[in-house]
Write a protein of this length. Structure first.
Length: 274
């Protein structure tokens, strides 16, 4: 946990400033490259990669290797039938359309739970339920840990959004709406929606179309896997416009990594002689 990923930014103005400054940061890297296991190992101590105590899995490079195999369509037993990377991308960033959620850097236990829920039908989905049913318990853990350990760049945001819509979204995120009875998303999803591992996913950098669709599913009862109905209760108070606003807002928020000040080793600090 050397580099803290979670922003200390609070306040809409500060966050909107960050959004405008860095919307297309980082997408210069190769989109098709499968990350090397050795590079991912460094992230195993990050809280994103640590499982909830209910999962008895040692998160190590063996698990990451199996996770990569599953992501590529291979498996220990049987097989998922479909390589995850076909839809979710080699580095877990999907194709940018928002049809496929971003998985890179997502809380591992959250991802694992979604696979369990797709398989059981608590989160029914035509595509994912069949895929998840073919995975073993260990394969679910492995592929979840694998995606949790990936630090991937962000794809450019498709389309533009109205500034007043983004402001309303930012307000819902940071303080909610007392009038409508909507709590602030940051209460659970962490500062700037960076997530709160192991169980609360990040919203920052997730695709707007995907998030809007999930909120609608909760409101309409199509997704029913949130403990104590927290998200369905919230979604039931939101209009389509509210959902769109908060989703477009979070799609533009980027994790703010604390700047670590480093002095290059090759430069000697001159001695001060007086
Ligand atoms: C044919 C395309 C396709 C393939 C292949 C695929 N997915 Fe998905 N995945 C989707 C779609 C579409 C959704 C959104 C479904 C929904 O609305 O719940 C999704 C959603 C998910 C989610 C939910 C993410 C979240 O933020 O809640 C997880 C986790 C996931 N997929 C993991 C996987 C894994 C692991 C594999 C490989 C074993 C895989 N997917 C293969 C299309 C695919
Ligand atoms: C009381 C805590 C709490 C609050 C407040 C909250 N959430 Fe959530 N949210 C959760 C939990 C827990 C989950 C994961 C549910 C699950 O296990 O599938 C979640 C999941 C989500 C997801 C699904 C993400 C994905 O990758 O599929 C979206 C979208 C979401 N929340 C949006 C919001 C928005 C927008 C707000 C503010 C208006 C909000 N949440 C407020 C607890 C909360």
């Amino acid at each position: 946990m050397t580099q803290r990923r979670f922003a200390k930014t609070t306040g809409i103005a500060a966050t909107l400033g960050a959004i405008i400054a860095v919307p297309f940061m980082g997408w210069a890297q190769n989109q098709e490259t499968q990350p090397a296991i050795a590079a991912l190992e460094a992230n195993l101590t990050d809280e994103r990669a640590l499982f909830n105590a209910t999962v008895d899995a040692t998160v190590d490079d063996d698990l990451l290797e199996l996770g990569q195999l599953v992501a590529m369509g291979g498996a220990e037993n049987g097989g998922s039938g479909m390589a995850c990377i076909t839809c979710h991308g080699a580095n877990g960033t999907g194709d940018g359309s928002g049809a496929f959620p971003r998985l890179a850097g997502q809380a591992g236990w959250y991802t694992y739970k979604q696979l369990v829920d797709y398989a059981s039908g608590a989160r029914p989905n035509q595509v994912m339920s069949g895929i998840a049913q073919r995975l073993t318990e260990r394969e679910m853990e492995a592929v979840a840990a694998y995606y949790a350990a990936i630090d991937a760049p962000y794809r450019p945001i498709p389309g533009e959004a109205d500034v007043s819509l983004l402001q309303w979204g930012g307000q819902l995120g940071a303080v909610g709406s007392a009038e409508k009875g909507i709590p602030a998303c940051v209460n659970c999803h962490g500062p700037s929606g960076m997530g709160n591992p192991p169980s609360v996913p990040y919203l920052a950098g997730q695709y707007a179309n995907y998030m809007t669709y999930q909120l609608q599913l909760w409101r309409e009862g199509g997704r029913d896997n949130d403990a104590m109905n927290v998200m369905s209760a919230i979604a039931s108070k939101m209009t389509d416009e509210d959902m769109r606003a908060v989703s477009e807002y979070y799609a533009r928020v980027r994790p703010v990594v604390d700047v670590v000040e480093t002095v290059p080793a090759s430069i000697d600090t001159p001695e001060i002689t007086e």
